[in-house]
Design a protein around this ligand. Structure first.
Ligand code: SAH
Ligand code: F3S
Length: 485
């Protein structure tokens, strides 16, 4: 059972699939056109799909969760690993069958990172596809749809240095009405050598803080209780009036004075309402300052949980990955977190079997894990991505078998640590925010602690969005079992 949970976690990104749900919107026309949206990949993709839904809702489209009645079918895609792309290809086969048998008129659009990576080639490789749109071109969707209505295929994969969709109010899709994503930066300038994101999502840019605060205020007004601020590298958030990322040092005196960094932004969001919990993802060890940690410690409503991807515990591998920190610097960050917030939970991402990784270097990874004892982890086999620096420079020379073996060791160790960390919560009290029904029992609800641990409790009279104090009585490596107190 526990093992299964973990397998789920590893593939969380690509298995997490949400579909647009029917929206209660008023339409001027008699029978509005319906769109069906499916998202794969990171949280940013889910957030982007909500922006797409917003843009098309304004055009008179309504959303449906029934693909067979959809006029427009969009799949928001992920390129991070080969398997993620394969999942999308398999879905396209299913769409093809539906189009042939049940819904001949449907238009199929591909959004997101695969669209950006493959561009026009997508149209050649997948005959079914009518529209290919990259992550920065969603405002152009109404025009692209018109092109298809006129009988042409349509492509827009232009990346932008400014686009943040700042003022677009996302249509919340398939959510629980309690937690929401709010994007704060787009793109990534880090150029980790294994990663396709800088090529599919373009240059890093920060969103106007006023629009972020306004979105959070609206969410509070709509009854939401938690926001997750999203970016590939949230710690490098820096607002100085817009445009591609610049270093603080290179700003003019005036820009410096008026600029807003991540610690300041968090403070602004924390002040929106004490009832609104704040989370963020993803932190990058090279950019996370102690200022951020102090703001986290200062505000009760900022959750004490940090996702801090490490990728490897060996300095030579980290250098090849271009991660911008050493093992020692990473451990130093962990030290600071523990000093400033002793009860902060920490999770990681890890890659097993990167080019030229030796057994000893893999052991360094296990050793780092033993030093930190992460609460939680997302662990992957290295998957070579076309045109990344790693693919251009080095051979993907760790055999599949060895990657699998190393990954299994990393997962086994993480399971032990997760179990130990969870066991340490037994007998303690936590405040959880109720988010939904337990998947295993209709009589139970689940919520999360500030440390991002899932707690299952009896339903009693609790409602989604309630804060409930619980005593932890039992646990597995993935879940805590609690009792309301
Ligand atoms: N921006 C985040 C993560 C982006 S991708 C960061 O700062 O790290 C999410 C995770 O996918 C990464 O942390 C990494 O562990 C994994 N990943 C990225 N590219 C990969 C590849 N080519 N093969 C295997 N895993 C990869
Ligand atoms: Fe990828 Fe590294 Fe950016 S993992 S998203 S290039 S921080």
């Amino acid at each position: 059972m526990i093992k299964m949970n973990f397998e789920n976690l590893i593939e969380k990104e690509i298995d997490e699939k949400r579909q647009g749900e029917a929206l209660k919107i008023t339409n001027n026309g008699d029978s509005p056109k319906k769109m069906y949206l499916e998202s794969y990949g990171c949280q940013m993709n889910f957030s982007d799909s909500e922006i797409v839904a917003s843009i098309l809702t304004k055009e008179g489209f309504s959303t449906t969760s029934n693909i067979e009645e959809a006029d427009l079918v969009f799949v928001n895609t992920c390129s991070i690993r080969e398997k993620a792309e394969q999942t999308v290809r398999n879905r396209l086969k299913v769409y093809n069958t539906i189009k042939k048998k049940q819904n001949p008129g449907m238009i199929v659009g591909v959004l997101g990172c695969m669209a950006e990576r493959l561009k026009e080639k997508f149209l050649e490789e997948e005959q079914l596809v009518d529209i290919v749109v990259g992550p920065d071109a969603y405002r152009d969707l109404p025009n692209l749809i018109k092109q298809v209505d006129d009988g042409r295929k349509a492509v827009n994969v232009i990346l932008s240095k400014e686009e943040t969709y700042a003022e677009i109010n996302p249509v919340r899709l398939g959510g629980n009405g309690v937690t929401a994503f709010v994007s704060i930066t787009r793109g990534c300038d880090n150029m980790c050598t294994f990663c396709v994101v800088p090529f599919t999502r373009g240059r890093e840019r920060s969103r106007n803080p006023e629009s972020i605060v306004a979105e959070c205020k609206q969410l509070v007004a709509d009854g939401y209780k938690e926001v997750t601020l999203l970016g590939q590298n949230v710690d490098s958030y820096l607002w100085f009036g817009g445009g591609p990322k610049k270093a603080f040092k290179s700003l003019s005196k005036k820009e410096q004075k008026e600029s807003v960094n991540f610690a300041q932004l968090m403070e602004m969001v924390a002040k929106v309402s004490p009832e609104l919990r704040i989370r963020f993802s993803t932190s990058n060890p090279q950019d996370m300052t102690n200022d951020v940690l102090h703001v986290m410690a200062k505000y009760e409503n900022i959750c004490n949980y940090i996702h801090l991807p490490v990728q490897s515990g060996n300095n030579r591998v980290l250098e090849m990955m271009n991660r911008g920190y050493t093992r020692e610097e990473y451990l130093d960050r962990i030290e600071s977190i523990k000093n400033i917030m002793p009860d902060c939970a920490i999770s990681m991402d890890m890659i097993s079997g990167f080019c030229t990784e030796t057994d000893d270097e893999h052991k360094d990874t296990l050793d780092l894990m033993k030093k930190v004892k992460f609460d939680f982890g997302y662990m992957f086999k290295y998957s070579e991505r076309p045109n990344t620096p790693a693919q251009k420079k080095w051979e993907d020379d760790v055999s599949e078998e060895l990657k699998q073996k190393r990954l299994a060791e990393v997962i086994d160790l993480q399971m032990q640590h997760s179990l130990n960390r969870n066991e340490a919560t037994i007998g303690k009290e936590y405040e959880i925010l109720i988010e939904g029904e337990s998947k295993k029992s209709k009589d139970k609800l689940f919520g999360r602690t500030k440390q991002n641990k899932v707690v299952v409790v009896d339903k009693a009279n609790h409602k989604f969005g309630d804060y409930v104090n619980v005593l932890i009585e039992d646990c597995t490596a993935a879940t805590l079992i609690g009792k309301a107190i």
